[in-house]
Design a protein. Structure first.
Length: 681
């Protein structure tokens, strides 16, 4: 007889549990939160017949077990939403891997209580039914033996249900909310259905959710004097920039690779295949031979010493900045590992080592690792040792270069290994690749991710893309970090849009995303010249040469950036992405959207046309803004400090991109009309 037709060996559970959310790939990967955030869990739960059921959300913190070493769950009752859907929530209070699941059971007492109310209303005889209820309460009292006070109350209630009092009074006692609460606390859950999986939440620190990054090349931190060619900057020079970066409101200072640079096949200025004497080379060509050489744990000798780097980290922290380092797993042909571990690299038929290529592009100065080497275990351990080294030097944030070109299984192993000991470490994935690969990297553990924002410029594509990132399952595991430019990306709108385009993209990045970054000083100084027409590469790129920047130029966006970052810091609505809501505007060149957190609501309107003034009438979602339809409200522009009195859905906006191409409005809600008017004067 087949297994399908034999009687089950164990008693089947009557309650069905399914449709649990959030759940990523059948529980294979955790969702993401930061300390203090809520996890809202929903599930479908139902049973045969008409019995009432109860549901509970079970959750536990990392390493939370009972005295016997068993999992010790905290419990929250789930509330019915209708149509057999249930919901509850819990707050994650510490770093690490939390777990949650759902349990449901037939609630015999509630089923009895519900039917008793119907019989009472119909005027039926309740004698037998009250005896049944008393028996249910006595059983609950036995289950409550570990809590004598509850057991005593339950036993007393059972006795009162069978005394000589009028049936109506006994029924009132049986159906009282206090009785139901006490009985449900000690419900019979011996036949409860537990969801078949324990689901996971990885909890990061707040900076994983809300951060403002500033990227700069430390070798370009030196000041040029008397028109002389720039000298190589040092960590000491970079210390002099800390107040500049912090003053604009950034909290992460990201440095491209700081390691020795190879000389073999070194690239020249503007990515020339032949370097000239004195050319600095690309920092991503990691590793040099000789006395002052070294690999991924060494520091370029002209930048300074390990002690100087540790001092930089300390002084940055005092200025309110965290240092983030580039983690680029690749080598120059001069890297010590090439000589010491040739088995970690792929050999060509002619005996040479395969350099990096993305045909037709060639990167002769870079050699990739072979993640299919038979010595992959030794390679993985060595690469993990790089992260361990820099954590020891005080670094807790890593921007990872091109992770999609390395083995995906490696990243899952590495990130789990690092975060098991250092759950506060943050990894930013720089993978401009296909969506499924990008999302898989996020599922594997990357804390934040670069994304397609630089190439989303039109109203429809911005709306569509950010709806995907914030209103679908993607929001549970993918945290976008928005960059309008990088050393590799100078988009066409920035090339042709002038200052308005830079301000427009700044506001979009800083308000659509809770985390964003800029590559400076080229961004605030509005560097917009490509290496050649049709290219997104900067001319005279810092990737290949030393640069000197005039940070005091009067056209700098420094003050504008500071204003935008101040608005971000002071408004909790901009500290997250989950409440992003788009609003209608009767003009395709105007984009309106909002975020809210409690009483704090921010409405942003951006002119997407960097050349012409655009105007239109809004179609606001007043519920998303928390505004009453019949009451005026004030909108306070946090960029210009202007204030306007609006009412209802339709309000007029006009933005001249050559003045300021965007509004960042803080909504000022008021109960009384006169208060609103007075506040606007």
């Amino acid at each position: 007889m087949s297994d399908e037709t034999t009687v089950p060996a164990t008693e089947p559970r009557r309650v069905i549990l399914e449709g649990v959310s959030p759940e990523i790939d059948c529980g294979r990967f955790p969702i993401k939160r930061t300390v203090g955030e809520e996890v809202v869990v929903e599930a479908d739960a139902f049973t045969d017949g008409h019995d009432a059921i109860a549901c509970a959300l079970l959750y536990r913190a990392p390493d939370e077990t009972g005295e016997a070493g068993e999992a010790e769950w905290r419990e929250v009752p789930m509330e019915p939403l209708g149509n057999d859907r249930w919901r509850a929530r819990f707050t994650v209070g510490s770093l690490g891997r939390w777990r949650y699941t759902v349990e449901a059971w037939v609630d015999c007492f509630e089923s009895w209580r519900r039917d008793l109310e119907k019989r009472l209303e119909a005027g039926q005889d309740l004698t037998v039914d009250l005896e049944i209820g008393a028996a249910l309460l006595r059983e609950a009292a036995r289950r409550a033996a570990a809590q004598p006070a509850d057991a005593k109350r339950l036993a007393a209630l059972a006795k009162r249900l069978t005394n000589a009092t009028a049936p109506e009074k006994r029924a009132a006692l049986a159906t009282a909310a206090e009785t139901a609460t006490l009985a449900s606390r000690w419900a019979d859950r011996s036949r409860a259905t537990r969801y078949r999986r324990e689901l996971m939440v990885w909890v990061d620190r707040e900076r994983a959710r809300f951060s403002a990054w500033y990227e700069m090349f430390p070798r370009s931190a030196a000041k040029s004097k008397d028109g002389k060619p720039p000298r190589h900057g040092t960590f000491k020079d970079l210390e002099q920039r800390l107040d500049y970066v912090a003053g604009m409101g950034f909290d992460v200072l990201y440095l491209p690779p700081i390691h020795p640079i190879g000389t073999s096949h070194r690239k020249g200025k503007n990515n020339a295949r032949q370097a000239e004497p004195g050319d600095a080379g690309s920092p991503w060509a990691i590793g040099a031979s000789g006395k002052k050489g070294g690999g991924h744990t060494a520091i370029h000798p002209e930048l300074g010493t390990p002690a100087a780097f540790r001092r930089l980290v300390k002084r940055a922290r005092a200025a309110g900045l965290e240092i983030a380092l580039d983690l680029a797993y690749q080598c120059s042909p001069d890297h010590p590992w090439i000589r010491e571990h040739p088995e970690w690299f792929r050999a060509r038929p002619d005996g040479t080592i395969q350099y990096a290529e993305n045909p037709p592009k060639k990167y002769e100065d870079i050699v990739p690792f072979d993640f299919e080497t038979p010595a992959w275990r030794e390679l993985w351990e060595a690469l993990a040792g790089v992260v361990d080294h820099w954590i020891g030097e005080g670094v807790k944030i890593f921007r990872v270069d091109n992770p999609h070109t390395k083995a995906l299984a490696f990243w899952e192993w590495l990130i789990a290994r690092v975060q098991a000991e250092h759950p506060d470490v943050i990894f930013l994935s720089e993978a401009f690749t296909r969506p499924k690969v990008m999302y898989r990297l996020a599922k594997l553990g990357f804390t934040q991710s670069y994304n397609y924002f630089p190439w989303r410029n039109h109203k429809w594509e911005l709306t569509e893309y950010f709806t995907e990132l914030t209103k679908t399952e993607v929001a549970e595991f993918f945290r976008p970090n928005l960059w309008p430019n990088t050393p590799d990306i100078l988009t066409e709108p920035l090339q042709v849009g002038g200052r308005p385009a830079f301000v427009q993209r700044l506001v979009l990045a800083a308000t659509l995303g809770a985390s964003y970054g800029i590559y400076g000083p080229p961004f605030e100084l509005q560097e917009a010249t490509p290496r050649e027409p049709g290219s997104e590469e900067y001319v005279d790129s810092e990737k290949y040469e030393l640069r000197s920047w005039d940070l005091e130029r009067p056209d700098s966006l420094r003050d504008m950036i500071a204003r935008v970052n101040r608005a971000r810091r002071e408004n909790p609505a901009l500290h997250q992405d989950r409440t992003l809501a788009f609003h209608g505007v009767e003009n395709d060149q105007l984009l309106a959207y909002s975020k809210s957190a409690g009483d704090n609501a921010i409405l942003v309107v951006v002119n997407l046309d960097p050349h012409h003034t655009q105007s239109g009438w809004t179609a606001l979602d007043l519920d998303a803004l928390g505004v009453e339809r019949d009451q005026p409200f004030q909108v306070h522009d946090l960029i210009t400090d202007a204030r306007y009195l609006w009412q209802g859905e339709r309000n007029y906006v006009e933005l001249d991109p050559h003045a300021v191409p965007a509004h960042i409005f803080r909504i000022r809600r008021h109960t009384h009309r006169q208060e609103t008017i007075d506040d606007s004067l």
